[in-house]
Design a protein around this ligand. Structure first.
Ligand code: ASP
Length: 347
């Protein structure tokens, strides 16, 4: 029997066309996209389409629209074998991270993809990305269970864990990677899956959709010369519940007394501060240098080898479900769906 796939079209370059007046790229109706891809009809899977009422550039993505995607998937969960989400590349890694927490115990593939060139253009990367994503969403293991029951990004020959992904190139076709986790599959002539790296959900339990997200979070980057008044202004922001602090190297920071005091006060006031490195690859190791050690003493917790996109989305999810900062800190230091690798030596 043919697999049944729901294609959710949110917008992004893949479905964009040039505005004749301004010359800029704008999202188009899915039917315009379809007109450039008659081969969609030939794919050996039954594909239904759900399109956003107003397709967007993914810079306009937000937690309400994440909840809408979750709702679409939850409503049609039993009717489909897998889901493909067409999404702009700019915030795809945030959406993939958010969905990985919002779709708890996911037992079916949710594959996000898009393209760097619109599907109507001759050299588009959109065709291959879309067709292979549908193939991956439809793929089964020999026991009939889905091959990839997790939220992934498929782009330019690589199948990546969604909550480990980062957009790495604004122009090249090779736009995504996971620096701290191997690819789940590589697509060449064949799709070679790394089955041992793919999550195994509990098939005896249902998938639990979560819609709520708390946006009281801020991401800030340390830099030489950062001023006390700026940091204090930020940490005093109304309704702030969490901070993703982008530190140096293995989780290091300037050893300034004012910085540690400001972070300590914020932590004591219940603000959860997560240490994520500015480096693209490698983990945070807070006990390695004195700067990191001082951060730890000031109440900052390790983000291990997680991405900024994932830490932000995970905090939004946890803060919407738990009010006790101790519980949020504890959950942040557990891998909920393969988003971090925990090495107790580096905590
Ligand atoms: N600005 C576009 C978007 O994120 C870029 C893309 O799709 O590649 O929607």
């Amino acid at each position: 029997m043919q697999a049944r796939i729901l294609l959710i079209y949110t917008g992004g370059t893949i479905g964009m066309g040039v505005n004749a007046t301004t010359g800029v790229l704008e999202p188009l109706d899915f039917n315009k996209l379809l007109a450039h891809m008659p081969e969609l009809q030939d794919i050996p899977a039954h594909v239904d389409v759900h399109q956003f009422a107003e397709p967007i550039d993914s810079s306009d993505m937000n937690p309400e629209l994440w909840a809408l995607i979750v709702d679409i998937i939850a409503q049609s969960y039993d009717a489909y074998d897998g889901f493909v989400i067409l999404h702009g590349t700019d915030t795809m890694a945030f959406t993939a991270s958010a969905l990985s927490f919002m779709l708890e115990n996911l037992t079916k593939p949710v594959i996000l993809t898009g393209s760097q060139l619109p599907i109507g253009q001759l050299r588009t990367d959109g065709r291959e990305n879309l067709i292979t994503s549908i193939e991956i969403a439809a793929a089964k293991r020999s026991n009939g269970l889905p091959r990839v029951p997790e939220v992934c990004i498929y782009f330019s020959g690589k199948l990546l864990r969604g909550n480990r992904s980062t957009k790495v190139n604004s122009e090249g076709f090779n736009a995504f990677d996971t620096f701290n986790y191997p690819h789940l599959a590589d697509a060449g002539v064949k799709i070679n899956y790394n089955d041992e790296l793919i999550l195994r959900p509990d098939y005896s339990r249902p998938m639990i959709p979560h819609m709520a997200m708390d946006t009281g979070v801020v991401v800030f980057t340390l830099f030489p010369g950062i001023e006390e008044r700026t940091v204090r202004y930020l940490l005093d922001a109304p309704n702030l519940h969490a901070v993703v602090m982008r530190t140096y190297g293995s989780g290091n920071a300037p050893q300034q007394q004012w910085l540690m005091a400001a972070l300590q006060e914020a932590s004591d006031n219940g603000i959860v501060i997560v240490n994520i490195t500015q480096c693209a690859a490698g983990p945070v190791e807070m006990a390695r240098y004195s700067g990191g050690f001082l951060l730890k003493n000031a109440g900052v917790i390790s983000g291990f080898d997680g991405t900024v996109e994932c830490a932000t989305a995970k905090l939004m999810h946890l803060m919407a479900h738990y009010s006790d900062p101790a519980v949020i800190r504890n959950r942040m230091q557990q891998a909920l769906c393969g988003e971090i690798s925990i090495d107790p030596q580096t905590m």
